[in-house]
Design a protein around this ligand. Structure first.
Ligand code: BG6
Length: 457
């Protein structure tokens, strides 16, 4: 059993991510009795403890509307604040004083990656890195080279076993379900290969734009923002071999095997789009070529998946907000019966958000005197009302030293290798009207056999 971290230090506590995700998650952890350790927020702002508590109250109220005052007071009692510049050693000395007798804190870097190196160095200089864990946010680099450089910087101070690279998708209940469903049931396995699976498609649709994050988004684009990490991770859970055990390294080993077998993407395996109006967003360059929509076709050159196309499509300003996977099976070899209605059947559909759902598309006989069939979907829907928030699960796991939901160095680097050839394409992406399914002309003919399945709201 790993030793639990005895304090949580959040760098970037005054930032947007802390406000939207981290502070509400800390409240939930306290509410469930999952967090009793001191929480030290660090940021440049010259705040008092009261100001941090007020910020936390605002963050929690926005997320939950009604808050349990007793829980909030427990959270406020755990919070401390250290203000300082991450490039000045004095900040880390103040942090050391605030940590008091803590021997094994978890440092959570919710700050731009360009600062990771100086924070690791500052912690080391202050003598508060040994015995600690480090959790880092995406984007983990912007290509293979920068990811490798970041890894080198972090490894100067922290062993790989102490580094927790976050992909918040892996903290989602639905994504955990995917892993569970695949490896806790035997009936799926005989079908889960190139003999029976015709194609796999993963769609991540968002019905909103870049929400004022123009400066960030314009340096990133859809491929870096969600495909290289979130959606490749979903693909890995679908495609990996059964791990020997559920231990973190066994899971990572299998993911790495798939990553090694994925062919790097070439120009004919990608379609890029940009929503109309993107160039007018604050912070976006007026001639930007950055994509707000991308669809890619991946092939995994191994025994299980050779020649089965894996499609991923993601975009901003699409008609709905939904993330779904559809695994489509090959048709029966002989069509014995007539059918009516849409020819949709033979698939498994995983709804990964906002709701959690598993649906099996099958054909059944339509009522009546003739042997005519129709498509039905057998659906299992999960109640998601009190699900753990992704960050709640991930912070808790990192504090406990559980590494299953985090990305190992080799996996992070291999994922960059796959998308690298299609990054920073200087051509102008085709535009699409907000509320449509992306650039229609560019997408012509770029679809899994049987077509895309557009998720419903
Ligand atoms: C983030 C991306 O990592 O994931 C955002 O930067 C995206 O652009 C978000 O909107 C989606 O996360 P979720 O949990 O809302 O599906």
């Amino acid at each position: 059993m790993e030793q639990r971290s005895d304090a949580l230090v959040v760098f970037g506590v005054s930032g947007d991510l802390a406000h939207k995700m981290i502070l509400p998650s800390l409240y939930q952890m306290v509410r469930r009795g999952h967090l009793n350790e001191p929480i030290i927020g660090v940021a440049l702002d010259d705040w008092t403890h009261e100001q941090l508590v007020a910020r936390a109250r605002d963050a929690v109220t926005r997320q939950f509307t009604i808050i349990d005052e007793a829980v909030f007071q427990r959270l406020a009692g755990l919070l401390r604040y250290v203000s300082g510049n991450y490039k000045e050693q004095a900040t880390f000395d103040k942090l050391k004083a605030a940590l008091g007798t803590s021997k094994s804190p978890l440092y959570y870097l919710a700050i731009p990656p360009s600062l990771f190196g100086s924070v690791a160095e500052g912690l080391s200089q202050a003598g508060i890195a040994t015995g600690a864990r480090l959790m880092v946010e995406k984007p983990f680099g912007r290509d293979l080279e920068t990811a490798q450089a970041l890894n080198r910087d972090l490894h100067k101070v922290f062993e790989e076993d102490a580094v927790f690279r976050i992909d918040h998708f892996l903290g989602k209940e639905a994504i955990q379900n995917l892993l569970y469903l695949r490896f806790a049931n035997a009936f799926i396995e005989p079908l889960w290969n190139r003999t029976y699976v015709e194609s796999v498609q993963i769609t991540m649709a968002e019905d909103f734009g870049i929400k004022g994050r123009g400066k960030f988004y314009d340096e990133v684009g859809a491929i870096r923002d969600v495909i290289q990490n979130h959606l490749v991770n979903v693909l890995l859970l679908l495609a990996m071999e059964p791990p020997v055990t559920s231990a973190s390294d066994d899971l990572s080993d299998e993911k790495v095997q798939v990553l090694k077998a994925i062919r790097p993407l070439g120009p004919s395996e990608v379609v890029r789009g940009q929503f109309e109006g993107y160039l007018q967003e604050p912070g976006v360059a007026p001639t930007s070529h950055v994509e707000t929509f991308a669809a890619v076709r991946l092939f995994i050159d191994n025994w299980r998946w050779k020649d089965v196309p894996f499609y991923i499509r993601a975009g901003k300003c699409l008609p709905v907000r939904a993330t779904e996977v559809v695994v489509r099976f090959r048709r029966p070899p002989v069509a014995m019966f007539d059918t009516v209605g849409p020819d949709e059947a033979n698939y498994v559909r995983f709804r990964l958000g906002p709701q959690v759902m598993i649906g099996i598309g099958a054909r059944r006989k339509a009522p009546g005197s003739q042997m005519i069939g129709e498509a039905v979907e057998l659906a299992a829907l999960d109640d998601t009302t009190d699900d753990m928030l992704p960050y709640e699960r991930l912070i808790g796991d990192a504090m406990d030293g559980r590494r299953q939901l985090f990305t190992r160095q080799d996996a992070a680097e291999l994922a960059w290798r796959i998308v690298e050839p299609i990054l920073d394409d200087p051509s102008t992406p085709e535009t699409y009207a907000p509320g449509t399914w992306g650039p229609a002309t560019a997408m012509e003919g770029f679809a899994p056999p049987g077509g895309w399945v557009d998720p419903a709201a």
